[in-house]
Ligand binder design. Structure first.
Ligand SMILES: Nc1ncnc2c1ncn2[C@@H]1O[C@H](COP(=O)(O)OP(=O)(O)OP(=O)(O)O)[C@@H](O)[C@H]1O
Length: 235
């Protein structure tokens, strides 16, 4: 579903040139639930930015559903990916209600883009996280954890080929981190969405049957449990 083949990334500011990813190979299968770990500076964010299209490798192939991404325009990737970042404020409109955010996030309520033609509100209801009972609440009145849960719902409801999460629990306390991870796993299990998340929180990751990809010095150093979790329901 996603293949990275011999990816090489060089940061070059005209004075210094630094190779950050080299001979970087990874296969992501449909339904995978992947955590990417590694020390500071290992290359996790660079790898993430290759997946989002923010960084173009100097060589190697990025293949998404059989299509080589190299020559695609960024809006092609935008339609295929869901992305949630560390900051809970980024993925939501704070001055709008939960319901309004869901309508905007479902691309003006176009049911055909959604799972089982659900509306955004129905998708939220199917996940039973409590926010479905507060549809008229302004998002600015939600906690960081609730905003992050709503961001996850919005990023996943339009059937992304892959949901990319960049330390999406890092700004939350342990209790809210757990709630957000529970929802992340539920979305993977219930809707079969392929999920890849960067995380430093090994204690939390241990609670979930996640495939763990460890990056070290710009290469895959470990790929643990890579054959679990293949039986997700694909809707
Ligand atoms: N724009 C840039 N220009 C030059 N070097 C960079 C740039 N961005 C990152 N680097 C360097 O590339 C290496 C990998 O950085 P990257 O941010 O991918 O690591 P990381 O694993 O995400 O680290 P962290 O866990 O600290 O976020 C580091 O040595 C970093 O200093």
């Amino acid at each position: 579903m996603v293949s990275l083949e011999k990816i090489k990334v060089i940061y070059d500011n005209g004075v210094i040139s630094k190779t950050v990813l080299e001979d970087f190979n990874l296969n992501i299968k449909k339904g995978d639930f992947i955590s990417v770990i590694g020390e500071n500076g290992a290359g996790k964010t660079t790898f993430f930015k290759v997946l989002t299209g923010e960084i173009k490798p100097v060589s190697g192939n990025y293949i998404l559903n059989g299509k080589v991404i190299k020559n695609k325009k960024s809006h092609f990737l935008f339609r295929k990916l869901g992305v949630v970042y560390q900051n809970p404020e980024i993925g939501v409109f704070p001055d709008l209600t939960i319901e309004e955010n869901l309508i905007l996030g479902s691309r003006k309520g176009n049911k055909h883009l959604m799972f089982r033609s659900l509306t955004g509100v129905e998708f939220l209801e199917s996940l039973e996280i409590g926010l479905e009972k507060r549809l008229k609440t302004k998002v600015s009145n939600l906690s960081g954890g609730q905003k992050q849960m709503l961001s996850l719902v919005i990023a996943s409801m339009t059937k992304p080929d892959i949901l990319l999460l960049d330390e999406h629990t890092a700004a939350l306390d342990p209790q809210n981190s757990k709630k957000v991870m529970d929802l992340t796993y539920k979305i993977n299990q219930k809707y079969g969405i392929t999920i890849l998340m960067i995380s430093h929180n090994l204690e939390l990751l241990k609670k979930y049957p996640t495939r763990i990809v460890e990056i070290k010095d710009g290469k895959i150093f470990n790929d643990i449990n890579s054959n679990i979790n293949r039986n997700c329901l694909v809707v």
